[in-house]
Design a protein around this ligand. Structure first.
Ligand SMILES: Cc1ncc(COP(=O)(O)O)c(C=O)c1O
Length: 382
């Protein structure tokens, strides 16, 4: 049987990882500034994370959500504490798309309404409603097409206000990434997020903060939306939550009430996933990874702005996008093949950096050195 080919693949087989490094099957070491697509939050194979999962595996890996699970309560308490969203409720699932799917469904149940405001260039996942709210027609199957999604330009307060006024009591929710990731690292402005909050309050709609990529401490605050000083009604989370162990979830404001049967899952919140997620929060707290992400990100952004060949730099904390001058468009390939550094990308020409929050200053300098050398090499051949 062959694999269903949905990804263009680098011909590299990664077989080992530790901290911010990975190794291929031939023993070649790579610096990972991509974090497996923003997933590695506390560092690959962090010893505390490995031990917690191992211990849990020996106790019990799985039971269904038909019994009380103290480890889920522990995770809810830990999340309340680290996020500062004190009275919020937790629903656990397995991925980012699922988290958004549940968030949108819950908003519709809560308001009894159907229409969703999403934004141009957004990405919310590949399940039916999440993909419908994603601004990329090429990944929306005919069966997912719906007229219930309204796409507006990001950061356009006037368009938002007009849309709410025109659809007064039909809008169930606004879904917005604090920083658009897949689009190429575009920040929602504080004023815009505050306008979303105000309009949701005025019209009784639910504010959904898609924090799957920009959340979990990546920007230096637990949620990127926190920089704007607003509280969302629902936060969706995944990627960094399990440091590579599949887990997602939504944090739900206290005024949204649960009813039996509203949401459900077989695997969501299983003990093994909860152990991984608890280990992540424990390491984040012990190693002060949130302030570290802010500090190291600021250093990296400032250094990139002074790097020859870099045209623009965007982002916050360790969620960074930059564009190179036109003759340097092969930089990602050169960084990987010649300098053994993994980076991410966003089409057409954005390099995305999403390293572990525990990446060291030396590793950041190693990356900057590699980038400078790659620029020199490409400039010679241009
Ligand atoms: C902002 C955002 N939301 C949702 C998702 C979907 O997450 P998953 O791939 O875990 O379903 C992603 C994935 O890249 C994302 O970046």
């Amino acid at each position: 049987m062959s694999l269903f080919k949905v990804y263009p693949l680098n011909p590299i087989a990664i077989t080992k990882a530790a901290g911010s490094h990975v190794w291929d099957d031939k023993g070649q070491q790579y610096l990972d500034m991509y974090g497996g697509h923003a997933v590695i939050s506390i560092g690959h194979t962090h010893p505390h994370w490995v031990k917690r999962i191992e211990d849990q595996l020996h106790a019990i890996a799985f039971y269904s959500n038909s019994v009380v699970m103290p480890i889920q309560e522990q995770l809810a308490t830990a999340l309340n504490e680290i996020s500062g969203k004190k009275d919020f409720q937790l629903f656990l699932c397995n991925s980012g798309a699922e988290a958004n799917e549940n968030a949108l469904k819950l908003a519709s149940f809560h308001t009894g309404r159907k229409k969703i405001i999403a934004f141009k260039k957004s990405f919310h996942g590949r399940t039916s409603l999440a993909v419908a709210a994603t601004d990329n027609p090429s990944i929306i199957a005919p069966v997912n097409e719906t007229e219930n999604i309204i796409f507006l330009p990001l950061n356009d307060v006037e368009a938002l206000v007009t849309c709410f006024a025109q659809n007064a009591n039909e809008i169930a929710a606004v879904i917005v990434e604090g920083i658009q990731g897949v689009a190429g690292i575009y920040e929602a402005s504080d004023i815009f997020l505050q306008a979303i909050r105000n309009n949701c309050d005025e019209y009784g709609a639910v504010y959904i903060a898609d924090s799957v990529q920009c959340g979990y401490g990546r920007t230096g605050q637990f949620f990127a939306h926190d920089h704007a000083g607003v509280n969302a009604d629902i936060y969706s989370m995944a990627k960094g939550m399990g440091n590579g162990f599949p887990i997602g979830g939504i944090l739900i404001a206290p005024h949204i009430q649960a009813k039996f049967g509203m949401l459900g899952t077989t695997f969501g919140g299983n003990p093994l996933a909860c152990a991984a997620a608890l280990a992540v929060i424990e390491v984040m707290q012990k190693e002060n990874l949130l302030p570290a992400a802010a500090e190291k990100g600021a250093y990296l952004i400032a250094a990139l702005k002074n790097t020859l060949g870099v045209k623009t730099v965007r982002g916050r904390g360790l969620m960074i996008g930059f564009e190179m001058e036109d003759h340097l468009q092969d930089i990602k390939k050169v960084l990987l093949n010649e300098f053994k550094i993994f980076t991410g990308e966003a089409k057409p020409n954005v390099i995305r950096l999403l390293p572990s929050l525990s990446v060291s200053m030396q590793e950041i300098d190693l990356f900057l050195e590699g980038l400078q050398k790659a620029v020199q090499q490409l400039s010679k051949t241009a």
